[in-house]
Design a binder for this molecule. Structure first.
Ligand code: ADP
Length: 250
């Protein structure tokens, strides 16, 4: 399966408008996102950075409809999903959106190829075994298709999780630290794949990362602090990103 073709006819975006997200209540209430407004345009790749606890994962989960917001509006591929039913969200997840979780969320009893094939089957796609193998080959796992997650290293599991999210060619891909468990050569491969998904297929990618080198591959970097967007750098260098992050982390 050629990941980069065909181009998405509509360049779908993800949008947050005045989003606040609170957890807990009373004295234990935490405001993880505080009036965040941002548009992640189709055909662009945005890295999200910030100190630990600044709200990066919450932003991703809210934008993807995995978490309900406390106030504000969330749009995914032009649809207002703020109060969407579970059925609508499930359909969007199958057809429009991919998510790479920080802890991979692979199904332990399934092989790598079965994990990758699952969302395709759920979306009603008649993807062949060759298609699934092609995606696993793209992430460098051609020789691991029949391994189960426990038989794979953390980095290999992360690449299976990425292949699973890429296989449906989602218009919008959210990735929470997709290179966090990878050695530098695998990270280069994965970042190259993400770049192609954006440049050749017009997909929208939103990626949380701690790595200034990875962030510098994106089109723009958004910086969060205490649940607020405090800065944005377009076409950044790794040095600029590292410098901005160091200042935020104090
Ligand atoms: P980051 O990804 O930048 O490390 P998070 O989005 O995970 O930050 O968390 C932002 C804030 O929200 C933190 O203070 C965290 O403790 C809190 N938080 C996140 N998820 C939950 C939750 N499920 N319940 C309570 N607090 C949470």
């Amino acid at each position: 399966m050629a990941i980069a073709t065909p181009p998405h006819p509509l360049r779908h975006s993800a949008e947050l408008h005045g989003v606040t997200k609170e957890f807990g209540s009373g004295t234990s209430r935490v405001r993880a996102l505080d009036d965040v407004s941002v548009t992640f345009p189709g055909g662009s790749w945005t890295a999200v950075m910030g100190p630990s606890g600044s709200g990066k994962s919450t932003l991703l989960h809210c934008a993807a409809g995995l978490d309900r917001v406390s106030s504000g509006r969330v749009l995914l591929a032009g649809k207002d999903i703020t109060a969407a039913s579970d059925g609508v969200l499930t359909a969007l997840r199958r057809r429009t959106m991919g998510f790479v979780f920080q802890n991979f969320n692979l199904i332990g009893s399934l092989t790598a190829e079965q994990n990758v094939a699952l969302p395709l089957k759920l979306a009603g796609s008649r993807a062949s075994r060759q298609d699934v193998h092609a995606v696993l080959t793209e992430v460098g796992l051609a020789d691991r298709v029949r391994h189960r997650p426990r038989e794979l290293s953390g980095g290999q599991q992360q690449r299976v999780a990425l292949a699973r999210a890429m296989a449906t060619r989602p218009a919008v891909l959210f990735a929470d630290e997709p290179t966090g468990a990878l050695d530098s050569s695998s990270a280069r491969t994965v970042l190259g794949l993400l770049r192609r998904m954006v440049d050749e297929a017009g997909q929208c990618i939103v990626m949380v990362t701690h790595d200034p080198g990875a962030a510098a591959k994106a089109d723009a970097v958004l910086f969060l602090s205490d649940g607020r967007i405090v800065d944005r750098i377009v076409r950044p260098s790794a040095l600029e990103v590292a410098d901005r992050l160091a200042r935020l982390e104090g």
